[in-house]
Design a protein around this ligand. Sequence first.
Ligand code: NAP
Length: 310
Amino acid sequence: MTADVEARAKAEFGATVRMETAPLSNAEMIEAMKAYDVVMPSLKDQFSAEVFAAVGADLRCKLLANFGVGYNHIDVAAAKAAGVAVTNTPGAVTDATADIAMTLILMTARRAGEGERIVRAGKWEGWHPVQFLGAHVSGKHVGILGMGRIGQAIARRCHYGFGMDVSYLARSEKDLDFPAERMRDAKELAQIVDFLIVAVPASPETQHLVDAEILDAMKDTAFLVNIARGEVVDEHALIAALEAGKIAGAGLDVYEFEPKVPEALKQRENVTLLPHLGTAAEEVRSQMGHMALDNIAAFVAGRDLPNLIV
Ligand code: NAP
């Protein structure tokens, strides 16, 4: 946690802070749920049905106040069955994650990573008219897969900032303050856009939503950007599509088997690879922490939890 959040957690709730950054082991999760009233997990802590089952009757924990908006690492049905509430931190993450999507769009289309590597390697021989020609971003057509909070923040940036046309896929029609066309399915969306941005949560329904068929449907000049969760994109199919030149490039903040990043991706110049930076800004991580602590404060006071999932 940021210093600010850690100080409040200790002062307000007498919190114990775990200093290691590695994910919690099953044994640690089981122990934590036996020893504490509230646990604040984050995205790599896999609170599976097996973990809840192993805690059994020794359960003390009544709330998992997740630090983050995505909660696919928590088996919410098992939590509910065990009588453990789950909350998250929506909203706090939205703008920062949309900014990282724009970073990936620009870096990948304009070959910024590749150019930066050339400069650092001392291999830049000076400007010339046809050097490092990338794809123009302004005025292009963006497709948003998942028009929720983050999807809309990306679309707004693309429309107002870059004069782009916006199309999208969501389960429901959206009332938006900018023009955007809703498509019937992921394939229809993939076929028409220059940038396909993945912004859906990971779930059984969205697992490999972007598979070989969707990548095949994309224009060979189009780019894929994923700021949501690695599981939504079939990484094997993505590598095959890049190698076959079926798409022009990819910008990734998340990976299917994070933190493992396949060599085949690392070796490609037309792929931008970021280490899950979506919300990595001091103010944003503090806001997320405070949001999680606000849920805990409500729980302690017996009030309704502001960001209750189950
Ligand atoms: P959100 O507001 O819940 O939006 C999710 C959107 O996805 C909604 O428009 C939803 O449609 C749509 N959707 C869900 N399932 C779908 C399906 N099966 N088919 C088509 N559309 C579907 O969530 P958010 O706050 O924007 O966050 C999205 C995700 O981003 C999070 O779950 C998290 O995993 C990820 N994230 C990543 C980072 C990072 O560091 N890279 C940071 C923050 C969040 P409806 O509106 O019709 O329900």
